[in-house]
Write a protein that binds this ligand. Sequence first.
Ligand code: F3S
Length: 395
Amino acid sequence: MHLTNVEEKMLAGEEGYAVQKNMQILTALGDIFGADKMIPVSSVQVAGVSYYNLGDAGLEYLETLANKGAKVRVKTTLNPAGMDMENWRELGIDEEFARKQEQVIRAFVQMGITPSCTCTPYLVGNEPSRGDHIAWSESSAVTYANSVLGAMTNREGGPSALAAAITGLTPSYGMHIEANRKPQVHVKIDTRLAAVPDYGALGYAVGKKIGPKIPLFEGITHAQVEQLKSLCASIATYGGTALFHTQETYQEKEIPPETITITRADIEGALRALNDEAARVDFVALGCPHCTLDEIKTIADLLEGKKVTREFWICTARQTMKEAEEMGYAQRIRAAGAKFACDTCMAVAPLKGRFNVLATDSAKACYYGRGTNDFKTRIGSVEECVSAAVTGNWS
Ligand code: F3S
């Protein structure tokens, strides 16, 4: 890979240990993927924030970098942590975990990273523009950035995203190259997609059929942010897709010859596959990816005059929760007994063994609920989830 004089000096250690170490990571990555040069990035999203996933080895790595003077050079935000950083006791997190998680966040902050702790950075101020090269490492946000915002990012891992933040660079390969972003499969949607779970089911069905190939969707028009973020999360989880196009975003004439059609039967089959046989629910979690203000308003309206009988988490960015407080939605939600889980989510918090059956509107949450926490899962509309939180029944 060709490096400029400045980049050579960074690699040689002239800008200190942290820059050298992270240049080594990026040049190794570039060599593996055949990159010919480094390119500057304007925004970074770092995943791998939960102490649940990092453990002591990850924490030690971050503290070493921070103590050796690592500082980020571009706007850098964080993915969800393993707990609500202010309200962890109410969510049942133990003291020892909380102390370690606080150490993790302190190390990131010492490096100059904004502790936003959300998987929807694009909703709270880290919103790149079309054509921007960025290095994001949250799969749902990567797909959203590439497909909806038109920015250009590979699916980074936590360490490579952090390396991009500390050097301001990323190797030029994959999604950073225009020629690699062409659609590969024409996906005709031959059914009306209704609520958010339908978009999650679409991501599941298409992901299972075409894997990481790039789809061009025919039949998605005027989709809302909530629907698109659900699709992004699901297609990235079940197919590994980092980019899709829709007829609204794709301006070229060239249509890929490989075509598949998604019917109502595919959507219903996906919803069936994500629904386990379980009549009773003991945990309800919404906000995968993190809830928008509109979603929070809907939950507040549905909870009006009701009391929940099951643990009910609304996962969202702290900034969005504060906006919900200003609007009075948050108070109505808390009055019903539901809880905000800011800075965290149902997948990265240490929940294994605490619950048996998760109800959610998110296909991605089903994947992690089953895989990470051994939960049975029920997927349905926000109305069905709120009803389950009140009655404990899934109907
Ligand atoms: Fe976000 Fe957690 Fe889902 S990070 S996309 S809420 S699994």
